[in-house]
Ligand binder design. Structure first.
Ligand SMILES: Nc1ncnc2c1ncn2[C@@H]1O[C@H](COP(=O)(O)OP(=O)(O)OP(=O)(O)O)[C@@H](O)[C@H]1O
Ligand code: SF4
Ligand SMILES: [Mg+2]
Length: 394
């Protein structure tokens, strides 16, 4: 019989790799309710729809993807702040779903969250001292006054804030300083895992680097493991050991940060990366740009098959709109087994055997088509790559 480790998908960290967090088949579906008197469920928002990932102790896993693809919901599901509809979350070997009451509360201490907007996540009526002491008291970590005072000082030093900050209130700080308070609050209960949801996206660019550096420093000093959610690819590259790219509730690509940025393979990742400007003007002029047209489809009505098929420039007539691709290791020379991609045709795309569809926009005035019978209505050009590929007979 296959052991649990042997049955893991190839390329995914095995239990022997000192995995702190393992997420398997996690789904979070939010019911859509209608009706004033009867609360009828008329559909679901498939916010997270089958995510597998594992994070090793001491590692930073970066999660990227467009707004609305389910990053925050996944983060919340991991901490059981949002009950998953299906799947399992194992933290430090313990099935989080099996925890209730006091046990769950104790485990939660080890999994903390840092939010995007520190101002709205910090109670404005509480001083910094009270904000930091709250969690420590709740978890019995501030038993005597002297130890608590010492711990508060240590925390402020760790996040680079002066000791006099303790008596101040959140509104008296700048955005970057407030995020430092948010980080100190997460650290105050001595966590193992920090889920940081867009920790720097509300901050000025100059301050972003300071907070990112602080997170890295704290990781070294306190042996922390991070799941960092961000939409800024540069931030994710800088901070992450491994990166997962999410699209409409699922991972479409996962790899070591350097591997992913050196060779993005999934059409969606390639499109995301191609939108990032390169400082070198020569490379900037020559590099591939993939136009990602159309909005993210609604997670309440996700496309069939590969969820990216409505926007994919490499979409093929078979499988793409019928079979959902699994996240799998790829057979491409030079690509390590830890690089996984959810695309049926990734090998053919990488080798050039399949080319991206070219879209030649044809500006045809529909009124002209009606008045001139020699012009066929089908000549009207597509307005987007998505439209073109869905109409393309191949
Ligand atoms: N409580 C909820 N009830 C219903 N739908 C929800 C709920 N929370 C989130 N959603 C929906 O689930 C989808 C994923 O949302 P989520 O906030 O996880 O995305 P995100 O990737 O974090 O986006 P952003 O980058 O904008 O923060 C969105 O369509 C959102 O509207
Ligand atoms: S499976 Fe098809 S539609 Fe999906 S990314 Fe690959 S080529 Fe594009
Ligand atoms: Mg979010």
């Amino acid at each position: 019989m296959a052991t649990e480790t042997e049955s893991r998908p190839a390329g995914s960290p095995a239990d022997g790799d000192d995995v702190l967090l393992r997420v398997e088949g996690v789904k979070v579906h939010f019911p859509i309710k209608r009706g004033v008197i009867f609360d009828k469920t008329v559909g679901y928002v498939y916010a997270v729809d089958g995510v597998d990932l594992a994070i090793r102790r001491g590692e930073t896993y970066g999660l990227v993807g467009e707004s609305g693809c389910g990053k925050s919901t996944l983060g919340r599901a991991i901490l059981k702040l949002e009950p998953p509809t299906a799947g399992s979350v194992h933290f430090d070997g313990v099935d989080v779903a099996s925890l209730q009451g006091e046990e769950l509360r104790r485990k939660r201490r080890e999994m903390q969250m840092v939010f995007q907007d520190p101002l709205s996540s910090l109670d404005p009526r509480q001083s910094v001292e009270s904000l930091l002491l709250e969690g420590m008291k709740a978890h019995g970590l501030a038993k005597d006054q002297a130890a608590a005072t010492r711990r508060l000082r240590e925390l402020l030093t760790a996040v680079g804030l002066p000791a006099k900050s303790l008596s101040k209130y959140p509104h008296e700080f700048s955005g970057g300083q407030r995020q430092r308070i948010g980080i100190a609050r997460a650290l105050s209960v001595d966590p193992k895992l920090i889920v940081a949801d867009e920790p720097v996206s509300a901050l000025d660019v100059s301050v972003q680097a300071q907070v990112i550096n602080l997170l890295e420093e704290l990781q070294d000093n306190f042996g922390l493991t991070y799941l960092v959610v961000a939409h800024d690819l540069a931030v994710v590259k800088h901070i992450s050991d491994r990166v997962g790219v999410m699209y409409l509730g699922a991972l479409v690509e996962e790899a070591g940060a350097d591997d992913l940025y050196a060779a993005p393979l999934h059409p969606y990742t390639r499109a995301l990366m191609s939108a990032v400007p390169v400082p070198d003007p020569v490379i900037e002029d020559r590099r591939e740009r993939i136009l990602l047209t159309g909005d993210l489809p609604s997670p309440a009505n996700p496309p069939s098959g590969c969820r990216f098929h409505t926007r994919c420039p490499w979409r093929q007539p078979t499988r793409c709109d019928t079979d959902r691709p699994e996240l799998r290791t790829v057979q491409i020379e030079g690509i390590p087994a830890t690089h996984r991609v959810a695309c049926h045709y990734v090998e053919d795309i990488a080798s050039g055997a399949i080319a991206a569809h070219r879209v030649s926009a044809k500006a045809v005035d529909p009124t002209l088509v009606q008045s001139d019978p020699s012009l066929d209505g089908s000549l009207i050009g597509p307005s987007s790559i998505g439209e073109a590929t869905s109409a393309d007979p191949l």
